[in-house]
Design a protein around this ligand. Structure first.
Ligand code: ADP
Length: 646
């Protein structure tokens, strides 16, 4: 930081520099969005002022006509977006405009591939915001005065977008923020009344505050035609600048559905959702009952980069009779629906209360319930009528929705119907199997919904426990998202059918096993009795039990957890998370038809017998994606067997 006569020069945070660079180079084909972003910020600033002024109307200081003004100066080559909203203090400017205080930013930026087309897409996940000004400007000046601050407590921020910015205390006569863009030589097209008006109408028509532009010489609105009296007035006030409202300036959600076009819904989404892309779907409804409120909710097409960030900023915005109150995450939407964006506007909530009191208001709870119901209906309808779109939703937000099974007992069944999984039916990584369709395909005598969990899709798919299921053509759900372990711990049944892990407990395929299967197993149990005892003795404390199995067809061995034990992958997840997970001993099952097991049975050499039984145990662990406690021991035993096998 350097200072000269009260002016400080500061360096942008590295992340901001990278973002600026990216923005300038990858958004060139969508330049005019900078206007939408700056107007969107101005609109938010106006919302915030109106909220603060409920408790302290002195903040208006005689100027309660809130508006956003767009002007340009051809000679100076500047375009200015000014608001009389909340404004910012010096510290706020430094932290809001000089840094990006969002965790995950660095990771996000690292994920960029310097492929301009792809990056332009990715940046939408991030939200472009204020920095988009640098797409068209080679210098940006922001002058702002916080509502309630003295005129000489204003701040001037300036930057050429090249890594540094200056900050300076200045005097500003009125409250609010002015952003002055000094346009790049090739962007002069924006110094044009018609171009600006049409851009404002296209992108910002829904903004609830008036967006004003000066009545230009060459521009006469239709309604003024032939209005002699008005023309006379205009001549008298010639010296006064005459402003006119360019946008509709009414809250979009208060208008009736039939009057709103798809484009308007889409542009409004980009504003409330801080997104760059079109939404996947929306629902607009007025709810009347004990409480009255209007919702306009959206499902984004793509996950925001901070979907996993507990402090993420954006969610559903709460309005009370069109006054913005708060942007609440968990208060208005459960965590498993945190991807939902939009607004809810209530007529019943009091205006002049603190957010804290508001959060305890029973109406907020009722509204939340109502909104959750609306999101469910939207998703259910999509799942029913537009499978492709629903798949797109599921691919993006499925892992988040799965949390609903765990978190929201009252809606467990409703969430369960929306779940989609991979399964052995298609053996594809795409999660598109619903529990309903699984149940419909169940074999006549099948009693349970079978699943297997693994650390990755491949691990689940190749799980040795699946072998007999594949042989008998019984479908098994392949679960490999981290949340799945918790999901199956909470979802015990669906449609009256229990969910059953193929890797837990004694295998009971119930009626699906025919008499011949049972007899064969009994025969093997007799024949292998001695072997089983020997292996058990050799492995000692490592296993709970050893037995022969009919679970396997291709693999020689596998490990099985007790019915009520933690699964092996759950143990791993807990341990990775630093939690003390008990190591539960598991049962080793041997495939009596496998040549290696037969060889083991016939092995006379004590050392070789021991090596091979340890290897069968280690293999079983590796086969399901587990880790060996003593890998060197495994390698030693394997090598000595390899050497013996001339
Ligand atoms: P976002 O709008 O997604 O938060 P931006 O980069 O556009 O990201 O803006 C960063 C922050 O700067 C805003 O959250 C707001 O606090 C502040 N800000 C931007 N423009 C204005 C404005 N016109 N008036 C007041 N504050 C503003």
């Amino acid at each position: 930081m350097s200072t000269s006569e009260g002016k400080q020069t500061r360096a942008f945070q590295t992340e901001v520099r990278q973002l600026l660079d990216l923005m300038i180079h990858s958004l060139y084909s969508n330049k005019e969005i900078f206007l939408r972003e700056l107007i969107s910020n101005a609109s938010d600033a106006a919302d915030k002022l109106r909220f603060e002024a409920i408790a302290n109307d002195g903040l208006y200081a005689g100027d309660s006509q809130i508006a956003i003004r767009v002007t340009f100066d051809k000679e100076a080559n500047t375009l200015t977006i000014a608001d009389n909203g909340i404004g910012m203090t010096l510290d706020e400017v430094a932290s809001n405009i000089g840094t990006i205080a969002r965790s995950g930013t660095r990771e996000f930026l690292q994920s960029l591939q310097a492929d301009q087309a792809k990056d332009a897409n990715l940046i939408g996940q991030f939200g472009v915001g204020f920095y988009s000004a640098f797409i068209v400007a080679d210098q940006v000046t922001l002058i702002t005065r916080k509502a309630g601050a003295a005129p000489d407590e204003a701040v001037r921020w300036e930057s050429a977008g090249n890594g540094e910015y200056t900050l300076e205390q200045v005097t500003k006569e009125s409250r609010g923020t002015e952003v002055i863009l000094h346009l790049k030589p090739e962007e002069k097209e924006f110094l044009d009344d018609w171009r600006l008006r049409s851009t404002v109408r296209k992108f910002s028509d829904h903004v609830p505050w008036p967006i004003l532009m000066l009545k230009s010489a060459g521009y006469t609105p239709d309604e003024d035609e032939g209005d002699e009296e008005k023309a006379e007035e205009t001549r008298k006030e010639e010296k006064q600048p005459e402003w006119e409202t360019v946008n509709k300036a009414s809250a979009l959600w208060t208008r009736s559905k039939s009057e709103i076009t798809e484009e308007e819904y889409t542009e409004f989404y980009k504003h409330v959702g801080h997104d760059f892309e079109d939404p996947l779907a929306h629902i607009h409804a007025r709810l009347e009952g004990k409480y009255e409120y209007t919702v306009l909710l959206y499902i984004p097409k793509r996950a925001p980069f901070d979907l996993w960030d507990r402090d993420r900023k954006h969610g559903v915005k709460l309005y009370v009779r069109r006054v913005f109150i708060m942007e609440g995450a968990e208060d208005l939407m459960p965590r498993y629906m945190r991807f939902v964006r939009g607004v809810v506007d209530s007529t019943d909530l009091p205006l002049n209360v603190s957010r804290e009191i508001l959060q305890k208001n029973p109406a907020v709870d009722a509204i939340k319930k109502g909104m959750v119901g609306k999101v469910f209906s939207l998703l259910e309808e999509m799942a029913k009528n537009d499978a492709e779109k629903y798949q797109q939703f599921w691919d993006t937000f499925g892992v988040v929705m799965k949390e609903g099974v765990i978190e929201d007992f009252s809606h467990r069944e409703r969430v369960a119907k929306l779940l989609r999984f991979s399964s052995t039916q298609a053996d594809s990584k795409v999660q598109d199997v619903s529990l309903e369709s699984y149940v419909a395909r169940m074999q006549e005598k099948q009693k349970a919904i079978y699943y297997v969990t693994g650390d990755s899709f491949e691990a689940a798919r190749h799980h040795p426990h699946l072998e007999v299921f594949r042989k008998k053509g019984i479908e098994v759900l392949l679960l490999s998202d981290r949340v799945d372990e918790w999901l199956v711990n909470h979802l015990h049944e669906f449609d009256g059918k229990p969910l059953q892990s193929v890797a837990k407990g004694g295998l009971d395929l119930g009626e699906l096993e025919d008499e011949a299967d049972k007899q064969e197993l009994e025969k093997y149990q007799g024949e292998f009795k001695e072997l089983i005892e020997r292996v058990q003795k050799g492995l000692g404390e490592q296993v709970k039990e050893v037995r022969v199995t009919n679970r396997l067809t291709d693999s020689p061995s596998c490990l099985v957890s007790g019915e009520h034990d933690l699964s092996a992958s759950m143990e791993r997840i807990l341990r990775e998370a630093g939690q003390a997970a008990p190591t539960t001993k598991r049962t080793l099952e041997l495939n009596p038809a496998h040549p290696l097991v037969i060889r083991l049975k016939e092995e006379g050499d004590e050392q070789r017998f021991n090596d091979l039984s340890h290897i069968l145990f280690s293999q079983a662990l590796l086969g399901e994606g587990g880790q060996l406690e003593d890998p060197a021991d495994f390698v030693r035993r394997l090598n000595s067997l390899l050497l013996a096998a001339k």
